[in-house]
Design a protein around this ligand. Structure first.
Ligand SMILES: *Cc1c(COP(=O)(O)O)cnc(C)c1O
Length: 394
């Protein structure tokens, strides 16, 4: 009865991914595969499904907007787009002097940031080793993972990937630096937070040299880390932030929010997009962010994140070295390079997490998980660790 989805996939889809399952539906923090098996989804589409699956607020907004106006192009304005821009300017603190450029993905939000950097008239763009900013050529150029870049060289010139230390940044800064692009927590690198004080030092150094500070909040934004945006933990004001993933709750969206004078850099005709900011996705993003606010889910991320951390440590597995990250973007550091085994054992036991590298398990559940979801996670994760420890990956 179960069709052979894997061979259909291999026959039809470009071979850049290797999907683990074929999923057919979801509800809250749970999904079901096409054979009817249930999974607790503690990855949430990689920190995208902020409200979990099939949330009534999202279903209602999508249905209502689909029946009203899905798309008009940027030759026209729409109310959902203006409402979302106002909401983002308020939540980011960019306020009246801020501006929003809407795109369709994280990489596109970063592309807009690269074009913003070009408009300073300066050549150099700085980013960090081991960073991830997306797969388009501009975003890939600033991504700090050589293995991802090398097959596509030559990439953008004048890009430097710095060690993640304040000293390296001090040494690299100068009057020819257009921008520094950083993630508050390097999600794809294994949920690695910036060193204490780094973001504040980065703000001071970029300001002193007249360079832009661009914060990639694609994974850390929308309440994920227990603040609306990761930079807010450090009390700094950036020049621009890139958003995507969690702000749309699952629909493709990206945004570049600019602050103050940086809002004047891109002028008429200098950038564009057909789909970006369309009424369908912006109506859904409004619903998602509205619900995060109404239900106090930024605070829930703080509380559940602490519970999750405690629960993982309480398992007492010799495979667990510690827990990194903040709020509901957590990386379980392992004592051996067995993250793939743990991930597969978890999956076999009905739990979805992932392995951003060999010795880290990333946990990024919906922001509205409950006490009992955390308890269920702990049970299934303990079983997965035990299975991996005893060499029973599935
Ligand atoms: C996912 C991600 C991106 C790329 O977003 P896409 O929507 O996949 O293009 C960029 N930066 C960070 C930090 C991300 O987590």
């Amino acid at each position: 009865m179960s069709h052979d989805w894997r061979s259909d996939y291999d026959d039809r889809i470009v071979g850049v991914f290797s999907p683990l399952l074929e999923l057919s539906r979801g509800q809250g923090a749970r999904v079901w595969d096409s054979e009817g098996n249930e999974y607790l989804d503690f990855l949430a589409g990689i920190a995208v499904n902020s409200l979990g699956h099939a949330h009534p607020v999202v279903v209602e907004a999508a249905s209502r907007q689909a029946a009203t106006l899905i798309h008009v192009s940027n030759i026209f304005a729409t109310e959902p787009q203006l409402e979302l821009a106002a909401r983002l300017l308020r939540l980011t603190g960019a306020g009246e002097t801020g501006r929003v450029f809407f795109a369709n993905s994280g990489a596109e939000a970063i592309e807009a940031a690269v074009k913003l950097a070009r408009r300073t008239g300066r050549p150099r763009i700085l980013s960090l080793e081991n960073s991830f900013h997306g797969r388009t050529i501009g975003a890939l150029s600033i991504t700090g993972k050589p293995a991802l870049r090398e097959p596509f060289e030559p990439l953008l010139p004048h890009v430097e990937h710095l060690p993640t230390t304040i000293e390296a940044l001090e040494a690299a800064m100068g009057p020819d630096v257009a921008a520094l692009v950083v993630e508050p927590i390097k999600g794809e690198a294994g949920v690695l937070p910036l060193p204490d004080g780094y973001l504040r030092a980065a703000r001071e150094l970029t300001a002193a040299h007249g360079a832009l500070l661009v914060v990639d909040e694609i994974q850390t934004g929308a309440g994920r880390t227990g603040a609306w945006f990761g930079y807010q933990h450090d009390g700094i004001v950036p020049d621009a932030i890139a958003l995507a993933k969690g702000i749309g709750g699952g629909v493709p969206i990206g945004a570049l929010v600019t602050f103050g004078a940086a809002s004047e850099l891109l002028t008429s005709g200098q950038h564009g997009t057909t789909f970006g900011g369309n009424p369908f996705v912006t109506a859904i993003a409004n619903a998602v962010l509205g619900e995060i606010e109404r239900a106090g889910l930024v605070q829930n991320a703080v509380v559940r994140g602490a519970q999750l951390t405690e629960a993982v440590l309480a398992i007492g597995s010799p495979l667990v070295a510690g827990v990194r990250g903040r709020g509901l973007l957590l990386g379980v550091a392992l004592t051996a390079p067995v993250a793939g085994d743990v991930m597969r054992a978890a999956l076999a036991g009905g739990l979805i997490v992932n392995a951003p590298n060999d010795d880290t398990i990333r946990v990024a559940p919906p922001l509205n998980i409950t006490d009992s979801d955390v308890a269920e996670f702990a049970t299934r994760f303990a079983a997965a660790l035990a299975a991996a420890e005893h060499g029973r990956p599935s």
